[in-house]
Design a protein around this ligand. Structure first.
Ligand code: GZL
Ligand code: ZN
Length: 345
Protein backbone atom coordinates (compact mmCIF):
# COMPACT_ATOMS: atom_id res chain seq x y z
CA UNK A 1 0.00 0.00 0.00
CA UNK A 2 1.39 3.43 -0.85
CA UNK A 3 2.27 6.05 1.67
CA UNK A 4 -0.08 8.97 2.32
CA UNK A 5 1.32 11.99 0.49
CA UNK A 6 1.41 15.14 2.59
CA UNK A 7 3.33 17.08 5.22
CA UNK A 8 4.51 16.31 8.76
CA UNK A 9 3.08 13.25 10.51
CA UNK A 10 1.45 11.68 7.45
CA UNK A 11 4.83 11.58 5.65
CA UNK A 12 6.25 9.09 8.12
CA UNK A 13 3.16 7.05 9.15
CA UNK A 14 2.40 4.07 6.86
CA UNK A 15 -1.18 4.35 5.52
CA UNK A 16 -2.34 1.10 7.24
CA UNK A 17 -1.85 2.74 10.70
CA UNK A 18 -4.41 5.47 9.84
CA UNK A 19 -7.63 3.71 11.03
CA UNK A 20 -5.99 3.07 14.45
CA UNK A 21 -4.99 6.73 14.78
CA UNK A 22 -8.45 8.00 13.75
CA UNK A 23 -10.12 5.64 16.29
CA UNK A 24 -7.82 6.87 19.10
CA UNK A 25 -8.63 10.51 18.17
CA UNK A 26 -12.37 9.82 18.22
CA UNK A 27 -12.28 8.01 21.58
CA UNK A 28 -9.95 10.69 22.89
CA UNK A 29 -12.45 13.53 22.18
CA UNK A 30 -15.01 11.72 24.37
CA UNK A 31 -17.90 11.50 21.85
CA UNK A 32 -18.95 7.97 20.93
CA UNK A 33 -19.86 8.33 17.18
CA UNK A 34 -21.06 5.12 15.58
CA UNK A 35 -20.48 4.74 11.80
CA UNK A 36 -22.51 7.46 9.96
CA UNK A 37 -23.92 8.91 13.20
CA UNK A 38 -23.68 12.68 13.71
CA UNK A 39 -24.69 15.06 16.47
CA UNK A 40 -28.54 15.36 16.50
CA UNK A 41 -29.47 18.77 15.01
CA UNK A 42 -33.18 19.70 14.65
CA UNK A 43 -34.14 19.93 10.97
CA UNK A 44 -37.35 21.46 9.53
CA UNK A 45 -38.67 17.93 9.00
CA UNK A 46 -38.12 17.12 12.69
CA UNK A 47 -40.16 20.22 13.52
CA UNK A 48 -42.84 18.87 11.17
CA UNK A 49 -42.53 21.92 8.91
CA UNK A 50 -43.46 21.70 5.25
CA UNK A 51 -40.35 22.70 3.31
CA UNK A 52 -41.16 24.92 0.30
CA UNK A 53 -38.50 25.96 -2.21
CA UNK A 54 -39.43 29.19 -4.06
CA UNK A 55 -37.51 30.44 -7.09
CA UNK A 56 -38.45 34.06 -7.84
CA UNK A 57 -37.68 35.81 -11.18
CA UNK A 58 -35.89 38.76 -9.60
CA UNK A 59 -36.77 42.19 -8.20
CA UNK A 60 -37.26 44.08 -11.49
CA UNK A 61 -40.51 45.84 -10.60
CA UNK A 62 -42.82 47.04 -7.84
CA UNK A 63 -45.16 44.26 -8.91
CA UNK A 64 -42.42 41.67 -8.29
CA UNK A 65 -41.66 43.14 -4.86
CA UNK A 66 -45.34 42.83 -3.90
CA UNK A 67 -45.43 39.27 -5.25
CA UNK A 68 -42.36 38.32 -3.19
CA UNK A 69 -43.90 39.90 -0.10
CA UNK A 70 -47.10 37.87 -0.59
CA UNK A 71 -45.03 34.64 -0.68
CA UNK A 72 -42.75 35.45 2.27
CA UNK A 73 -45.66 36.55 4.47
CA UNK A 74 -47.57 33.28 4.05
CA UNK A 75 -44.84 30.59 4.07
CA UNK A 76 -43.81 31.24 7.69
CA UNK A 77 -42.87 28.92 10.54
CA UNK A 78 -46.04 30.00 12.39
CA UNK A 79 -48.05 28.70 9.43
CA UNK A 80 -46.13 25.41 9.51
CA UNK A 81 -43.66 26.10 6.70
CA UNK A 82 -39.90 26.31 6.22
CA UNK A 83 -39.24 28.64 3.26
CA UNK A 84 -36.18 28.38 1.03
CA UNK A 85 -36.34 31.53 -1.14
CA UNK A 86 -34.08 32.26 -4.12
CA UNK A 87 -33.98 35.50 -6.17
CA UNK A 88 -32.73 34.59 -9.68
CA UNK A 89 -31.88 38.21 -10.56
CA UNK A 90 -33.64 37.88 -13.94
CA UNK A 91 -31.53 34.93 -15.15
CA UNK A 92 -33.03 31.61 -16.18
CA UNK A 93 -29.82 29.72 -15.38
CA UNK A 94 -30.06 30.95 -11.78
CA UNK A 95 -33.62 29.64 -11.57
CA UNK A 96 -32.54 26.24 -12.91
CA UNK A 97 -29.69 26.13 -10.36
CA UNK A 98 -32.14 27.00 -7.57
CA UNK A 99 -34.59 24.29 -8.66
CA UNK A 100 -31.75 21.72 -8.73
CA UNK A 101 -30.68 22.80 -5.26
CA UNK A 102 -34.24 22.40 -3.97
CA UNK A 103 -34.35 18.90 -5.51
CA UNK A 104 -31.06 17.89 -3.87
CA UNK A 105 -32.37 19.23 -0.53
CA UNK A 106 -35.49 17.09 -1.02
CA UNK A 107 -37.94 19.95 -0.37
CA UNK A 108 -41.62 19.02 -0.05
CA UNK A 109 -42.80 21.48 -2.73
CA UNK A 110 -41.25 23.65 -5.44
CA UNK A 111 -42.94 26.95 -6.37
CA UNK A 112 -41.54 29.16 -9.12
CA UNK A 113 -42.36 32.02 -11.46
CA UNK A 114 -40.56 31.08 -14.73
CA UNK A 115 -38.82 34.15 -16.18
CA UNK A 116 -39.64 32.87 -19.70
CA UNK A 117 -41.80 30.04 -21.00
CA UNK A 118 -39.20 27.77 -22.63
CA UNK A 119 -36.28 25.70 -21.29
CA UNK A 120 -37.82 23.93 -18.28
CA UNK A 121 -38.55 20.36 -19.46
CA UNK A 122 -35.30 18.79 -18.19
CA UNK A 123 -35.22 20.29 -14.70
CA UNK A 124 -38.95 19.71 -14.19
CA UNK A 125 -38.45 16.07 -15.24
CA UNK A 126 -35.76 15.84 -12.51
CA UNK A 127 -38.25 17.24 -9.96
CA UNK A 128 -40.85 14.70 -11.10
CA UNK A 129 -38.37 11.83 -10.74
CA UNK A 130 -37.53 13.13 -7.25
CA UNK A 131 -41.27 13.01 -6.53
CA UNK A 132 -41.43 16.75 -5.69
CA UNK A 133 -44.70 18.50 -6.70
CA UNK A 134 -44.15 21.74 -8.67
CA UNK A 135 -46.54 24.71 -8.55
CA UNK A 136 -46.15 27.44 -11.18
CA UNK A 137 -46.84 30.99 -9.91
CA UNK A 138 -47.45 34.10 -12.07
CA UNK A 139 -45.88 33.36 -15.48
CA UNK A 140 -46.13 29.97 -17.19
CA UNK A 141 -43.93 27.24 -18.63
CA UNK A 142 -44.20 25.82 -22.15
CA UNK A 143 -43.58 22.08 -21.63
CA UNK A 144 -44.56 19.01 -23.69
CA UNK A 145 -45.77 17.05 -20.69
CA UNK A 146 -48.12 19.00 -18.39
CA UNK A 147 -47.77 16.36 -15.68
CA UNK A 148 -44.45 18.09 -14.93
CA UNK A 149 -46.37 20.60 -12.79
CA UNK A 150 -49.38 20.27 -10.50
CA UNK A 151 -51.06 23.61 -11.23
CA UNK A 152 -50.51 27.27 -12.13
CA UNK A 153 -51.69 30.22 -10.04
CA UNK A 154 -51.59 33.43 -12.08
CA UNK A 155 -53.33 35.99 -14.29
CA UNK A 156 -54.87 35.60 -17.72
CA UNK A 157 -52.50 37.91 -19.60
CA UNK A 158 -54.31 37.52 -22.93
CA UNK A 159 -57.46 38.87 -21.23
CA UNK A 160 -55.43 41.78 -19.84
CA UNK A 161 -54.18 42.63 -23.34
CA UNK A 162 -57.73 42.44 -24.76
CA UNK A 163 -58.95 44.68 -21.91
CA UNK A 164 -56.44 47.33 -22.97
CA UNK A 165 -57.54 47.11 -26.61
CA UNK A 166 -61.25 47.25 -25.77
CA UNK A 167 -60.70 50.23 -23.47
CA UNK A 168 -58.82 52.09 -26.25
CA UNK A 169 -61.60 51.42 -28.79
CA UNK A 170 -64.20 52.77 -26.33
CA UNK A 171 -62.06 55.79 -25.46
CA UNK A 172 -61.42 56.77 -29.09
CA UNK A 173 -65.17 56.53 -29.80
CA UNK A 174 -65.93 58.89 -26.89
CA UNK A 175 -63.22 61.25 -28.18
CA UNK A 176 -64.81 61.05 -31.67
CA UNK A 177 -61.45 59.80 -32.99
CA UNK A 178 -62.72 56.36 -34.00
CA UNK A 179 -62.19 57.03 -37.71
CA UNK A 180 -58.85 58.92 -37.80
CA UNK A 181 -55.43 57.15 -38.01
CA UNK A 182 -54.10 56.18 -34.56
CA UNK A 183 -50.34 55.61 -34.25
CA UNK A 184 -49.44 53.17 -31.45
CA UNK A 185 -46.12 52.06 -29.94
CA UNK A 186 -45.83 49.17 -27.48
CA UNK A 187 -43.24 48.80 -24.69
CA UNK A 188 -43.11 45.04 -24.17
CA UNK A 189 -42.07 43.13 -21.04
CA UNK A 190 -39.31 40.52 -20.77
CA UNK A 191 -38.83 38.63 -24.08
CA UNK A 192 -40.57 35.25 -24.03
CA UNK A 193 -42.32 35.79 -20.70
CA UNK A 194 -45.94 34.69 -20.47
CA UNK A 195 -47.12 38.14 -19.42
CA UNK A 196 -45.39 39.77 -22.38
CA UNK A 197 -46.72 37.14 -24.84
CA UNK A 198 -50.28 37.28 -23.48
CA UNK A 199 -50.56 41.06 -23.29
CA UNK A 200 -49.13 41.39 -26.81
CA UNK A 201 -51.41 38.73 -28.36
CA UNK A 202 -54.47 40.02 -26.50
CA UNK A 203 -53.96 43.65 -27.56
CA UNK A 204 -53.10 42.66 -31.15
CA UNK A 205 -56.31 40.60 -31.39
CA UNK A 206 -58.32 43.78 -30.77
CA UNK A 207 -56.04 46.09 -32.79
CA UNK A 208 -56.44 44.02 -35.97
CA UNK A 209 -60.21 44.77 -35.89
CA UNK A 210 -59.46 48.50 -36.51
CA UNK A 211 -57.69 49.25 -39.78
CA UNK A 212 -57.12 52.91 -38.69
CA UNK A 213 -54.91 51.63 -35.78
CA UNK A 214 -51.22 51.53 -36.81
CA UNK A 215 -48.90 49.69 -34.44
CA UNK A 216 -45.64 51.43 -35.41
CA UNK A 217 -43.28 49.38 -33.15
CA UNK A 218 -43.39 46.77 -30.39
CA UNK A 219 -40.08 46.93 -28.46
CA UNK A 220 -38.98 45.02 -25.33
CA UNK A 221 -38.04 47.21 -22.34
CA UNK A 222 -37.70 44.22 -19.97
CA UNK A 223 -40.24 45.48 -17.37
CA UNK A 224 -37.80 48.04 -15.93
CA UNK A 225 -38.03 51.84 -15.57
CA UNK A 226 -34.54 52.43 -16.97
CA UNK A 227 -35.21 50.42 -20.13
CA UNK A 228 -38.66 51.97 -20.46
CA UNK A 229 -37.07 55.44 -20.45
CA UNK A 230 -34.37 54.45 -22.96
CA UNK A 231 -36.75 52.70 -25.37
CA UNK A 232 -39.35 55.50 -25.23
CA UNK A 233 -36.61 58.08 -25.90
CA UNK A 234 -35.63 56.14 -29.03
CA UNK A 235 -39.23 55.85 -30.23
CA UNK A 236 -39.82 59.59 -29.76
CA UNK A 237 -36.74 60.32 -31.88
CA UNK A 238 -37.95 57.86 -34.56
CA UNK A 239 -41.63 58.95 -34.70
CA UNK A 240 -43.03 62.48 -34.27
CA UNK A 241 -46.69 61.46 -34.32
CA UNK A 242 -47.20 58.85 -31.60
CA UNK A 243 -50.83 58.95 -30.39
CA UNK A 244 -50.85 55.96 -27.98
CA UNK A 245 -48.25 54.22 -25.78
CA UNK A 246 -49.12 50.71 -24.55
CA UNK A 247 -46.66 49.95 -21.74
CA UNK A 248 -46.84 46.38 -20.43
CA UNK A 249 -46.03 47.30 -16.82
CA UNK A 250 -46.04 50.37 -14.58
CA UNK A 251 -42.26 50.41 -14.07
CA UNK A 252 -41.68 50.85 -17.82
CA UNK A 253 -44.47 53.45 -17.82
CA UNK A 254 -42.61 55.53 -15.21
CA UNK A 255 -39.56 55.52 -17.48
CA UNK A 256 -41.62 56.33 -20.58
CA UNK A 257 -43.27 59.27 -18.82
CA UNK A 258 -39.82 60.71 -18.01
CA UNK A 259 -38.84 60.48 -21.69
CA UNK A 260 -42.14 62.00 -22.86
CA UNK A 261 -41.63 64.94 -20.50
CA UNK A 262 -38.01 65.39 -21.64
CA UNK A 263 -39.32 65.57 -25.22
CA UNK A 264 -41.59 68.45 -24.20
CA UNK A 265 -44.74 66.36 -24.66
CA UNK A 266 -47.55 65.44 -22.26
CA UNK A 267 -49.58 62.24 -21.66
CA UNK A 268 -52.98 61.35 -20.26
CA UNK A 269 -56.45 62.87 -20.37
CA UNK A 270 -55.47 66.34 -21.62
CA UNK A 271 -52.16 65.13 -23.08
CA UNK A 272 -50.57 64.65 -26.50
CA UNK A 273 -50.20 60.91 -25.91
CA UNK A 274 -52.73 58.36 -24.55
CA UNK A 275 -50.90 56.25 -21.90
CA UNK A 276 -52.07 52.66 -21.29
CA UNK A 277 -50.30 50.74 -18.50
CA UNK A 278 -50.46 47.33 -16.74
CA UNK A 279 -50.02 46.12 -13.13
CA UNK A 280 -51.89 48.95 -11.32
CA UNK A 281 -49.43 49.40 -8.45
CA UNK A 282 -50.29 52.27 -6.07
CA UNK A 283 -47.67 54.68 -7.45
CA UNK A 284 -49.22 54.29 -10.91
CA UNK A 285 -52.80 54.57 -9.63
CA UNK A 286 -51.83 58.00 -8.26
CA UNK A 287 -50.90 59.00 -11.83
CA UNK A 288 -54.26 57.65 -13.05
CA UNK A 289 -55.92 59.84 -10.40
CA UNK A 290 -53.84 62.83 -11.67
CA UNK A 291 -54.91 62.13 -15.26
CA UNK A 292 -51.32 61.36 -16.41
CA UNK A 293 -52.02 57.66 -17.13
CA UNK A 294 -55.33 57.14 -18.97
CA UNK A 295 -55.94 53.53 -17.90
CA UNK A 296 -54.15 50.89 -15.80
CA UNK A 297 -55.01 47.20 -16.29
CA UNK A 298 -54.61 45.41 -12.97
CA UNK A 299 -52.36 42.36 -12.61
CA UNK A 300 -52.71 40.96 -9.12
CA UNK A 301 -49.32 40.13 -7.49
CA UNK A 302 -50.81 38.81 -4.23
CA UNK A 303 -50.51 35.15 -5.19
CA UNK A 304 -48.90 33.73 -2.02
CA UNK A 305 -52.20 32.93 -0.31
CA UNK A 306 -53.58 31.15 -3.40
CA UNK A 307 -50.42 29.04 -3.69
CA UNK A 308 -50.58 28.20 0.02
CA UNK A 309 -54.24 27.09 -0.38
CA UNK A 310 -53.12 24.69 -3.14
CA UNK A 311 -50.36 23.25 -0.94
CA UNK A 312 -52.63 22.74 2.07
CA UNK A 313 -55.20 21.06 -0.21
CA UNK A 314 -52.46 18.71 -1.48
CA UNK A 315 -51.35 18.04 2.10
CA UNK A 316 -54.95 16.99 2.87
CA UNK A 317 -55.00 14.71 -0.16
CA UNK A 318 -57.58 16.90 -1.95
CA UNK A 319 -57.64 17.25 -5.75
CA UNK A 320 -56.53 20.64 -7.16
CA UNK A 321 -57.39 22.37 -10.46
CA UNK A 322 -54.85 22.75 -13.25
CA UNK A 323 -55.16 26.56 -13.23
CA UNK A 324 -56.28 29.19 -10.72
CA UNK A 325 -57.23 32.38 -12.65
CA UNK A 326 -57.07 35.57 -10.59
CA UNK A 327 -59.73 38.34 -10.41
CA UNK A 328 -58.54 41.71 -11.86
CA UNK A 329 -59.90 45.23 -12.51
CA UNK A 330 -59.40 48.10 -14.99
CA UNK A 331 -58.62 51.47 -13.37
CA UNK A 332 -59.42 54.88 -14.86
CA UNK A 333 -59.90 58.31 -13.32
CA UNK A 334 -63.58 57.46 -12.98
CA UNK A 335 -63.14 54.53 -10.52
CA UNK A 336 -59.58 54.71 -9.11
CA UNK A 337 -60.65 56.83 -6.11
CA UNK A 338 -62.68 53.90 -4.68
CA UNK A 339 -59.67 51.56 -4.54
CA UNK A 340 -56.44 53.54 -4.21
CA UNK A 341 -56.46 53.97 -0.41
CA UNK A 342 -56.73 50.21 0.23
CA UNK A 343 -53.81 49.48 -2.14
CA UNK A 344 -50.99 47.95 -0.07
CA UNK A 345 -48.46 47.81 -2.93
C1 GZL B 1 -47.06 39.73 -14.44
C2 GZL B 1 -45.60 39.65 -14.18
C3 GZL B 1 -44.90 40.83 -14.73
C4 GZL B 1 -45.44 42.15 -14.21
C5 GZL B 1 -44.18 42.94 -14.18
O1 GZL B 1 -47.68 38.66 -13.88
O2 GZL B 1 -45.06 38.50 -14.80
O3 GZL B 1 -43.55 40.73 -14.32
O4 GZL B 1 -46.41 42.70 -15.04
C6 GZL B 1 -43.23 41.92 -13.59
O5 GZL B 1 -44.22 44.09 -13.39
O6 GZL B 1 -41.94 42.31 -13.78
ZN1 ZN C 1 -33.86 60.74 -21.03
Amino acid sequence: MGRVKGHGLWKTVPVYFLPVIILICLIGCGKEFGPGETEQVLTPKDENLIVVGVSQVGSESMWRTANTESVQSVFTKENGYFLLFDNARQKQENQIKALRSFISQKVDYIVFSPIMENGWDTVLQEAKEADIPVIIMDRMVNVKDDSLYITRVGSDFDAEGRCAGEWLAEYLKKQERAEEPVNIVVLQGTEGSTSMIGRTEGFNAIAEQYENWNILEQVSADYTTAKGHEVMEGLLMQYDDIDVVVSQNDDMTFGALEAIEEAGLTSGIEGDIIMISFDAVKAALKLVQDGIINVDIECNPVLGEEVEKVISALENGEAVDKTYPIEEKVFTIENVGEFIDDRTY
